[in-house]
Structures are given as structure tokens and as C-alpha cells.
Design a protein around this ligand. Structure first.
Ligand SMILES: [Zn+2]
Length: 327
């Protein structure tokens, strides 16, 4: 009997899995998931005291104190990703995405549900794009999130416990000399920042990608019978007109959160994946055990104090005008 031994293998209870034929890719993604869990645990713990100077420096440009409960919840779900009801499957390529002629759509083929006859069946209709010339995943990572789908035969396919995260090869096997430091954050912490790579946006470990995608996954869907994710990357028109990636735009989203347009869209840094990720990343980056202040998203490599121009305060009229101009 080998089964009992299998059951004793640590990690065999994990509710996430990695589907990847590349051993290096599998290992990199697993390490990035583990680092994401550490980032989430640290962030959750730091949020308990916003008066701590390094925590305040990272937190204040990105979020409001009233966000702490929601953030704590999100981070908790990452901490518990190995034991929670949500089953996350990570892929290192988009082989599970197929073109469907009948639907004229790209389809995620890997979702399953239990039919009324008790059999596990493929959902076979989860639309992920309609531009045939652009297969999802060809330009970056993405997440699909299950829901409850009414089938033509009256059955309900409930696959709301499943999420798929496709990690782009350009992330698990990044190009050399692309102007980014791809070391794990734990290595940056132990070995220090590299000369010329002192901004959050210049540090691009795989855990950042995994954490960002996990925000889409654990954020859930807007409605039970819709695959529309609660946490997106969408611009907040007309106040923040680009898709929300990188530090500066998260600061702008936080500044724009009381704008009528943002309120009407239910948009805040809490509903954009990049922003809780950047906060967790900043809180985790305490270089060489020294106090590191991320109040501008960039630090002086010598002092680890804030570098660059600090973000303007909320309500700054000139700044708001500038944001409008960019539309
Ligand atoms: Zn995203």
C-alpha cells in the first residue's frame, strides 16, 4: 500500500497545484507562491499598527486607514491559499486555452463541475477573449475565476471554487538585461539593493506576478453567476485613464478615490490588483534588516530613506488638473 505514504507527504493537502511541463518553471512558481504567502502574512501583521514609521511610509500614499479590514481579509486568503476552499491551479503556458469556432471565442477548457448524474464534467464554455489573433497569455499573465453558469439543459455548473492563474514565461524565465531586478524579495532583503535598482517598480520578482494574480483570484466575482472579477486592472475613467499597473498609478487611484466618477464605479485601490500587491511588497522589503521607508516608491540606497519627489497630498487641485490633462 503506497497511498498512506502519499498522504503523509507535506504539501499533499495543498489546495493549489501547478500544471507545468518545465521543471524549472514549476520550481520557480512554487517558490514564488511561498514568497507570496510570506509577503501576505507580513503585510497582515504590519497592518495591525499603522503608526509604526516604516509601515506608515509604505501605507499612507497607497491606502486609507478604513481599508485595513478589507486588506487584512485579502492577505488572509493568500496566507491560507493551501487550505482554503478556493482551488487555485497555476499554469506556465496557455495550453488550457483553446479557440472555439462555434462561439468565436477563446475558451478556458480546464474548469470542471459535478453534473446532476454525479459525474465530473468540463464546463467547456468560459470565454476569455474574442480576438483570434491574440491568444490570452501571449502578452502577459492572467487569471480566470469560476462562478455558477446556467447550462442550456437546465443544469447549473458550479465551479465557483476554482481559479486558474496563467503565469507568463516572460515572468518565470525573464529576459536578461530588461532593466529590472528579478531576484526574490527575500534575496533583496538579505543581499541588499543593486545600484540603479532602488524603486519598487524596478524590482520584479516572480512573487510580484503571482501575488498580483492571486489578488484577482481571492477577490472573488461581482455576482455569483458572473465570471466578472471584483478586483481588476481597469482604468478609472476619466480620472485615471491607464490600466492600473505600477506604483505611481496606485497612488493616483488612492488620490482619486473620492472623485464622483470613481465612487460611481466602485473603484478604489482595494479593487485594483496591483495596489494591495505593491503595499505587501513594500512592507516586506526591509533591506538588510534596516528600516526602509517606501514613502515615494523609491529609496536612497545608502540611507534607505525615501528618494525622489514625494507624492502630492490628497485634494491637491493642481495635481488633479494634471491627472485630467492626461485623459
Ligand atoms: Zn491583473
Amino acid at each position: 500500500m503506497r497511498l498512506p505514504f502519499l498522504l503523509l507527504i507535506p504539501g499533499s493537502l495543498a489546495r493549489y497545484s501547478i500544471v507545468c511541463r518545465d521543471v524549472g518553471g514549476t520550481n520557480s512558481i512554487e517558490n514564488a507562491i511561498q514568497e507570496s504567502i510570506k509577503m501576505a502574512r507580513n503585510a497582515r501583521d504590519q497592518l495591525a499598527d499603522l503608526t509604526k514609521d516604516t509601515t506608515a511610509a509604505a501605507f499612507n500614499p497607497l491606502f486609507n486607514p478604513s481599508d485595513v479590514d478589507t486588506l487584512t481579509n485579502l492577505y488572509d486568503r493568500v496566507v491560507n491559499i493551501a487550505t482554503s476552499a478556493l482551488q487555485v491551479t497555476f499554469y506556465c503556458d496557455s495550453a488550457f486555452i483553446d479557440w472555439s469556432d462555434p462561439f468565436s471565442r477563446w475558451i478556458d477548457t480546464a474548469f470542471t463541475y459535478t453534473a446532476t448524474d454525479g459525474k465530473t464534467k468540463s464546463v467547456s464554455l468560459y470565454k476569455v477573449g474574442q480576438d483570434r489573433s491574440k491568444k490570452p497569455g501571449s502578452s502577459g499573465s492572467f487569471t480566470t475565476l469560476g462562478y455558477k453558469l446556467d447550462l442550456p439543459n437546465g443544469d447549473v455548473a458550479d465551479f465557483s471554487n476554482q481559479a486558474h492563474i496563467m503565469v507568463s514565461e516572460t515572468r518565470w524565465d525573464p529576459p536578461k538585461n530588461d532593466g529590472l531586478d528579478h531576484r526574490p524579495l527575500s534575496t533583496v532583503n538579505s543581499d541588499g539593493l543593486r545600484d540603479g535598482y532602488t524603486a519598487l517598480d524596478q524590482l520584479k520578482p516572480l512573487s510580484e506576478t503571482v501575488f498580483h494574480e492571486l489578488m484577482h483570484a481571492v477577490g472573488g466575482t461581482v455576482k455569483p453567476k458572473s465570471g466578472r472579477k471584483r478586483i481588476t486592472d481597469d482604468p478609472i475613467l476619466p480620472v485615471v485613464t491607464e490600466k492600473i499597473y505600477r506604483y505611481k498609478l496606485c497612488v493616483e487611484v488612492n488620490q482619486a478615490r473620492n472623485d464622483a466618477a470613481a465612487i460611481a464605479q466602485g473603484a478604489s485601490p482595494l479593487t485594483r490588483a496591483e495596489c494591495p500587491m505593491i503595499l505587501a511588497k513594500a512592507l516586506y522589503l526591509q533591506v538588510k534588516g534596516q528600516k526602509t521607508y517606501w514613502g515615494t516608491g523609491d529609496v536612497d540606497r545608502g540611507t534607505l530613506g525615501p528618494a525622489g519627489i514625494p507624492p502630492p497630498s490628497t485634494g491637491n487641485k493642481l495635481r488633479r488638473k494634471e491627472i485630467m490633462w492626461r485623459a
